[in-house]
Design a protein around this ligand. Structure first.
Ligand SMILES: [Zn+2]
Length: 289
């Protein structure tokens, strides 16, 4: 009689379990790399303002300031996510720029499309899009991404596509195509990839559904992309909000919320329109890890 025969079913079970475990750990089946690999920062226009005081009521009266305008393209696994799209590329056709609200002269010397092409990403590859808010200097090229999944706060959507978009400073022709994008309407903070690496942070005030973005970069560390919670650092530090914001008090609370997040995460704040700070941040074709 074979003494091992009563054990055989157990051994077979054990062996097959081991094979399953080994297969799961095998380098032949690598799991996709978790988290964010990095991002591109693109030049998405600029604005020249003769008197910056409307952005900081009671301060900087008569003082001129230049604003940067950035777009950000985030790589997560095999996916690309766009955050903000800047002024419309059509602005390059008017080299002297176009005058906007509060005597702001808006200029674009290079298109966003050409910069995407330079880094080898086609708009069709961008799977997810979100905008800090719906003003023309952030959604100007939204129409380049008609199939991407849009993440937008419900309050922003209702303001943008409601009866009075002009009341919020929105220009519907700049974002009209977004109505046809697949859309997820948000009611607050949202973890985009479910792994904590990219989080939309609800920061209303500048507009009804304004949002910011926390991105955990593998080498740089966590950064918060501001949107327009503040247009330059001095305003963030002193909690100064433009008088033309949708809700000034709410704007200050959103700055407090982001400040607490920066401290808890030891994160940097990248202020989209702060031209001084923008000069120190590597732009495409450099890939920021
Ligand atoms: Zn802006």
């Amino acid at each position: 009689m074979n003494r091992s025969s009563p054990l055989r079913p157990c051994m077979i079970l054990l062996l097959s379990s081991l094979i399953v475990v080994m297969a799961a750990c095998s380098p032949m089946n690598p799991r996709p790399q978790a988290g964010v690999q990095g991002l591109y920062v693109f030049y998405c226009g600029e604005a020249h303002i003769p008197d910056i005081s409307p952005w900081s009521p009671g301060f900087n009266v008569g003082k001129p300031m230049d604003f940067s305008d950035n777009c950000y393209l985030i790589k997560h696994g095999d996916d690309w996510m766009l955050w903000d799209s800047g002024f419309t590329d059509a602005l390059v056709d008017t080299p002297e720029g176009v005058l906007g609200a509060r005597n702001m002269r808006m200029v674009r010397t290079r298109t966003f499309a050409s910069q995407l092409d330079e880094v080898g990403v086609s708009p069709a590859q961008v799977r997810f899009i979100a905008f800090s808010h719906t003003h023309a200097d952030h959604v100007g090229n939204s129409k380049l991404f008609p199939t991407a999944m849009l993440y937008i706060q419900q309050a922003e959507y209702d303001a943008a596509f409601g009866p009075e978009p002009m009341k919020y400073g929105f220009v519907p022709s700049m974002y009209a195509t977004l109505r046809d994008n697949p859309t997820v309407k948000l009611q607050g903070d949202f973890d985009v990839f479910g792994d904590g690496s990219v989080k939309i942070i609800s920061t209303p005030g500048h507009t009804p559904g304004h949002q910011s973005l926390l991105v955990r970069l593998p080498k740089t560390g966590p950064v918060v992309l501001s949107g327009d919670i503040a247009h330059f650092e001095e305003n963030f530090v002193n909690r100064r909000a433009p008088g033309f914001n949708f809700d000034v008090e709410q704007s200050r609370r959103s700055m407090d919320k982001v400040d607490a997040l920066l401290k808890a995460e030891h994160a940097q704040l990248w202020i989209n329109h702060d031209a001084q700070q923008t000069k120190g941040i590597a732009h495409a074709p450099a890939f920021v890890e």
